[in-house]
Design a protein around this ligand. Structure first.
Ligand SMILES: Nc1nc2c(c(=O)[nH]1)N[C@H]1C(S)=C(S)[C@@H](COP(=O)(O)OP(=O)(O)OC[C@H]3O[C@@H](n4cnc5c(=O)[nH]c(N)nc54)[C@H](O)[C@@H]3O)O[C@H]1N2
Ligand SMILES: Nc1nc2c(c(=O)[nH]1)N[C@H]1C(S)=C(S)[C@@H](COP(=O)(O)OP(=O)(O)OC[C@H]3O[C@@H](n4cnc5c(=O)[nH]c(N)nc54)[C@H](O)[C@@H]3O)O[C@H]1N2
Ligand SMILES: [Mo]
Length: 793
């Protein structure tokens, strides 16, 4: 399919329709008119305000789930009374289907929930006790402004920090961005780098290609005979339009292999073959695949010769001693160990014959796409796993070609369409890794360059003031909760913590000021799909905010006024005017796209981009002379001299297998013999919507355990089990199932932490067990690598 086809068939609206409709938009309030179901082709039928009509409004959430699916909010008398999705009549064969999933269809129960925060609240008890009293907004914004002033005077701007909060990251405008804007206008703030979602991939893959490996547009895969989904579960995690394309490909005969310790929903809905392996041993499987490919002479010699460095001893950079190349490593020239399938079977628990077959299938099918999700790189060996897949793609010549895939998953050229609000320069130049925040709050002198600090030799201050807007990352989502809350509970460390949320989450218990934010249905935004998507969608204000909830921007504006910089901060714009401004900037930045005006967008609702099919590194492969890779050698670096020079055992120049801390080979496995992993499940986006009653019915928090492991421990289906290690304990029911391989247990990420007085969690929050260990190269997170034992409670 050509990308132009998509656009030619996209819903059209004539200029005259636009004019007609936009004047109505200007003239009528939302509930006074009715959209036909056909967004885009649409007519808008005015109806008298006196008769309540149901307006069916196409919109989207701005959560962090990768899909900005088309939900249809049925609005009547200022309330959303029903949610449906894209109807059949509007299906356009040239456009990816973007129908609401189970989460989208349940949004009403998130927005209208008795537990929603209603008023600003100030902490009264000790931090963590969760005791708050209601205060006025005026008191709340005065508290923030006063503390900003006091803390900045005392500790300087580098003591101010805006924490991870992803719940509005699917929108172009969010409270945390605007908080950063406010802080930058008043001296700056301590910022962080590294994405907990895929930061290890982003840091490691440039050592192969010069820039981070990005995926291709999925329309380039339609003729690919073989797709290996390596720890990738898009049936649940969505990832833009991925399911749409994969399901079509499946129907057209593409073979899918899923490599995952769990029989995921993607395995059950797509896979011809499921290959379970022990978590964190992916590189051993990759090494053995490469061994088979090379020893059976299945590698792409022309490609390797033309584009790569470090494959064998003949293509090594100057000055590196002998036997450091890929072939030397695989054949054991240096360590005497041949990386055979039998060698890998012991480590991965994948039968040697399966490894052989997988290697042959991948190397002998051309093109073939090995697509890695982000689960395998959220491990403390995650950088090696991410880069390992780039080596497999390279030696089989699957880089830069239609139907192939270069490795580490990143979406289309890591593309982002909208520009976001203008951000003044941050005068504070030091940055911490997101993994350093607890230490920076506890004792900033311990955050050194070798720990992840950049932009300076030391930090100017501990974190003294923290904003957590639309995040649950103080406790729940942060690895090793107990380590974090010890610092949070110490009120002499961070002096003032402000959070906004819709619910009193486990993290919200640790704040000084808790603010009720509006939901996405109560404000304006533009929803943007992740990299594989190609449309923008208007997320419209549908209803008035309940009780005293206000958008973050709204109260930040009041804080700015109290600091005397309201005009500078807001530029005189309301939230909607910011959205219109960002839209106009985006529109001007890509004149060829002919984006509708903001007025027009309020009728058309979405814009589908005309983007041509995209293949990562296509130019570098087609014309290497004029488009060398941006590596030091200009080639694809199988062997990375830059990594080699780091002389770090966990950062091998070849990204081969090195046993992970708390992997199955760790001596700690004697005490805690089971590997625990988490997955992102269909009924939440991280912890968002945890309290949604409909979504709690979809699946309950259980521990997946293999029958062999259960039997050994006297555990039967539904038994309450204690999952523990030396960091924590959680107790939930067991799901005894073949869907998880022996030696591995799994629970869904994002359940709320519910500790009792002795610290035992009854919520099934994996982060009481996960480790805050930092990855060697990226200084990133490794939420997924943990050893545990499970006993019947
Ligand atoms: N429904 C839903 N969708 C979501 C989210 C959500 O919470 N719910 N979260 C969103 C967010 S924040 C993100 S960052 C993305 C994340 O998306 P991913 O990071 O890709 O999702 P995960 O479920 O963490 O991991 C994908 C798969 O990796 C497997 N896995 C774990 N460890 C290993 C390993 O060592 N080796 C191999 N081969 N596989 C392994 C898991 O079993 C899982 O099936 O999804 C987004 N989409
Ligand atoms: N064990 C384990 N832990 C993980 C992961 C894992 O795979 N395993 N994955 C990690 C990843 S990839 C990520 S991205 C993080 C995500 O961690 P977070 O960024 O903390 O995301 P959420 O858990 O969804 O928390 C978002 C909060 O925002 C609230 N919220 C929703 N909408 C709004 C709004 O409009 N305004 C405001 N103010 N609040 C709102 C929700 O109620 C929720 O409490 O978790 C990480 N933690
Ligand atoms: Mo994420």
């Amino acid at each position: 399919m050509k990308s132009n086809d998509k656009c030619d068939n996209a819903p059209k609206i004539t200029r005259r329709d636009f004019v007609k409709v936009s004047s109505m938009v200007a003239a009528l309030p939302l509930v006074g008119f009715k959209f036909s179901h056909a967004a885009g082709k649409s007519s808008v039928t005015p109806s008298p305000l006196a008769t309540p009509v149901v307006s069916v409004v196409p919109t989207c959430s701005t959560f962090d789930c990768g899909g900005k699916c088309d939900i249809r909010a049925h609005v009547q008398d200022g309330a959303v009374i029903q949610i449906t999705t894209l109807p059949d009549a509007e299906l356009d064969p040239a456009m990816p289907v973007m129908r609401a999933c189970v989460r989208g269809r349940s949004y009403r129960k998130f927005v209208y929930h008795p537990d929603r925060l209603k008023y600003p609240m100030k902490r009264v008890g000790k931090r963590g006790e969760g005791k708050f009293v209601r205060i006025s907004w005026d008191e709340a914004t005065t508290l923030i402004a006063d503390n900003l002033q006091r803390i900045t005077d005392k500790y300087g701007p580098a003591s101010r920090y805006v924490h991870v909060g992803t719940a509005v990251s699917g929108g172009t405008f969010s409270g945390d961005t605007m908080a950063r804007r406010l802080l930058n206008l008043t001296g700056g703030h301590l910022s962080y780098y590294h994405s907990v979602s895929m930061g290890n991939t982003a840091a490691a893959t440039p050592y192969t290609y010069g820039v981070a490996a990005s995926g291709n547009s999925l329309d380039t895969l339609t003729d690919t005979p073989l797709v290996i989904l390596w720890g990738h579960n898009p049936t649940e995690t969505i990832f833009g339009h991925t399911n749409h394309y994969f399901q079509q490909m499946k129907q057209n005969g593409t073979r899918f292999i899923v490599v995952d310790p769990r029989y995921s929903d993607t395995a059950s809905s797509l896979a011809d073959e499921w290959i379970p392996l022990r978590p964190s041993t992916d590189n051993a499987l990759m090494d053995a695949m490469m061994y088979v490919i090379i020893t059976e002479n299945l590698h792409d010699k022309t490609f390797i010769e033309r584009y790569t460095l470090g494959f064998d001893e003949s293509s090594m950079p100057e000055g590196v001693p002998a036997n450091e190349s890929l072939v030397a490593y695989l054949t054991g020239a240096k360590d005497g160990v041949k990386k055979t399938p039998e060698w890998a079977e012991v480590i991965t628990h994948v039968p040697a014959q399966t490894i052989r077959q997988l290697a042959r299938d991948y190397a002998m099918t051309k093109p073939a796409a090995l697509i890695q999700g982000w689960g395998p790189q959220r491990h403390n060996c995650g950088e090696r796993t991410a880069r390992g897949s780039t080596l497999l793609a390279t030696i089989t010549g699957n880089v830069g070609i239609k139907g192939g895939w270069a490795g580490g998953y990143g979406g289309i050229g890591n593309r982002k369409f909208t520009t976001g609000p203008e951000m003044p320069d941050n005068p504070v130049k030091q940055k911490i890794s997101v993994m350093n925040w607890v230490q920076a709050a506890d004792d900033a002198s311990q955050v050194r360059p070798q720990d992840g600090l950049t932009g300076g030799e030391k930090l100017d201050s501990n974190i003294r003031m923290l904003f957590s807007l639309a995040g649950n990352y103080l406790a729940n989502q942060n690895p090793d909760i107990h380590q974090a809350v010890k610092v949070l509970e110490d009120e002499s460390k961070i002096e003032f913590i402000v959070a906004s949320d819709l619910y009193l989450t486990p993290s919200a218990r640790y704040v000084d000021l808790l603010l009720p934010e509006t939901s996405f249905m109560e404000r304006w935004n533009i929803g943007e799909t992740w990299g594989t998507g190609n449309y923008l969608m208007l997320s419209e204000k549908l209803i008035e905010p309940p009780f005293e909830s206000r958008s973050d921007y709204d109260w930040l504006r009041e804080v700015a006024a109290k600091l005397g910089i309201e005009q500078e901060f807001s530029q005189g714009r309301t939230e909607k005017e910011w959205i219109a401004h960002i839209w106009e900037n985006t529109r001007r930045a890509m004149p060829d796209e002919k984006l509708p005006t903001f007025e027009e967008l309020q009728v058309t609702r979405r814009h589908l981009f005309k983007s041509a099919p995209f293949v990562a590194f296509e130019d570098n492969i087609r014309d290497p002379k004029n488009h060398p890779f941006q590596t030091p050698s200009g080639k694809i670096e199988i062997f990375s001299r830059r990594l080699y020079d780091m002389h770090h055992p966990e950062i091998p120049a070849l990204s081969h297998y090195v046993p992970a801390h708390e992997g199955p080979e760790d001596p700690l496995a004697k005490e805690y013999p089971l590997q625990l992993i988490t997955w992102k499940g269909k009924n939440r986006a991280s912890s968002t919507q945890y309290t949604n009653p409909w979504l709690q019915e979809v699946q309950t928090q259980k521990l997946w355990i293999n029958p062999a492991d259960a039997e050994r421990r006297g555990i039967v289906q539904g038994d309450s089990v204690r999952i523990h290690n030396n960091r924590g304990v959680t107790q939930i029911p067991a799901e005894v199932t073949q869907r998880i391989m022996p030696g591995v247990v799994a629970m869904q990420a994002g359940a709320w932490w519910q500790p009792d007085a002795s610290g035992v969690d009854y919520g099934g929050c994996a982060n009481v067990l996960s480790s805050a260990r930092i990855t060697a190269l990226a200084k990133g997170n490794s939420h997924q690598t943990m050893l545990v034992e499970v006993v019947k409670a």
